[in-house]
Design a protein around this ligand. Structure first.
Ligand code: MN
Length: 199
């Protein structure tokens, strides 16, 4: 069973006008697909073809000779997670236990958004901003390139892709505007809450 590109949880144009159908066609249809194609090529006829993405990520994360395996497996995982973090019905906010944990850790959702924005904008070059659980505490972190909380002893709750391919067609060089729009209009807080529950 080869690795597959998971279906988007909404239609390709569902996030407009904030993320255009054109961006999705490249970001999901070309970039995410390319990582899936590549991890299949790299694992073909090896035991890894039967492993989970998480397993491959853990087995290759600290081995420079296996960087291509790690990068492609992690980028498949990170993108699938990212699509699930978004919804056309965003713009709400955390509720219930998640809201309490956010208040405890950051002082409130506005402070959390500010920290996520700072991490996303402050990531030099390609990478990701994340809300994670680390040692039982909610934290905001950023990772470079394909690096993922999956291999950092953290549970991912929410991510924002800040590779240029995520926003350049719609926002050009205005990464802060893209990040602010995602935070204000597109975050699937129910998915974030599920990730907190399931850990
Ligand atoms: Mn991306």
């Amino acid at each position: 069973m080869a690795f597959e590109l998971p279906k988007l949880p909404y239609s390709q144009d569902a996030l407009e006008p904030h993320i255009s159908s054109k961006t999705m066609s490249f970001h999901y249809g070309k970039h995410h697909q390319a990582y899936v194609t590549k991890i299949n090529e790299l694992t073909k006829d090896t035991p890894m073809a039967k492993h989970s993405l998480e397993q491959i990520m853990r087995d290759t994360a600290n081995d420079a000779a296996k960087a291509a395996l790690f990068n492609n497996a992690a980028q498949v995982w990170n993108h699938t997670f990212f699509w699930n973090c978004l919804t056309p019905n965003g713009g709400t906010g955390p509720s219930g236990e998640l809201a309490e944990r956010v208040k405890e850790a950051f002082g409130g959702v506005d402070k959390l958004k500010e920290e996520l924005k700072n991490a996303a904008v402050g990531q030099f070059g390609s990478g990701w901003a994340w809300l994670v659980v680390d040692g039982g505490k909610l934290k905001v972190v950023k990772t470079a390139n394909a690096m993922s909380p999956v291999v950092q002893n953290q549970t991912a709750l929410l991510t924002i892709d800040v590779w240029e391919h995520a926003y350049y067609l719609d926002y050009q060089n205005r990464r802060p505007d893209f990040v602010q729009t995602v935070l204000d209009k597109l975050v699937n807080w129910d998915f974030v809450a599920e990730n907190l529950k399931s850990r």
